[in-house]
Ligand binder design. Sequence first.
Ligand code: 5GP
Length: 192
Amino acid sequence: MQELEDRIRHDGIVKAGNVLKVDAFLNHQCDVELFDHMGAEWARLFEGVEINKILTIEASGIGMACIAARHFGGVPVVFAKKAQSINLDGEQYATTIYSFTKQKEYPVIVGKRFLSEGDKVLIIDDFLANGCALEGLIKICEAAGAEVAGIGIAVEKGFQGGGDKLRERGFRVESLARIADMDCDTGEITFA
Ligand code: 5GP
């Protein structure tokens, strides 16, 4: 998606350790108009695919998933929580995932009443690196008997391999910007 690539080139900052900072428009300050265009693009890419729910993970996925939902007929958005809380009542699907950016394990929890057998789920997330976050969300869908109808990603760092592994397993992964390479010394970003 040209608009997203242009924005990454303009406002993205390449940090050491293969981290791309996009907090000016994606995951701290949010460009809602860009989110709207991203939602339209996912809807175009997944046209004809039956989807009745969007699943994402807190916190950065929520904004873009909610706006994308408007382009999928207003389907409900469920976001996995990363911590237990007294507000999380009832039975839950839970797993743990390793965070690329925080470099530690954390729980991923979804209330059983919000994900059911027969749901056709579009998973949306901001980044795809090694694929751990998506693995956790896929496990939760499997535990619920829900089908992963597709995976929509804003930025895939292709050189970290998570996307290819998921595609090899048969998942349909649509990334709006795919980074082939990035250099923290020069700040240069090469798109696939
Ligand atoms: P994975 O689990 O695929 O290795 O990493 C995906 C998760 O880590 C995303 O949900 C995102 O929050 C975070 N992440 C991975 N790489 C980056 C990055 O380069 N920049 C930012 N801002 N977050 C990232």
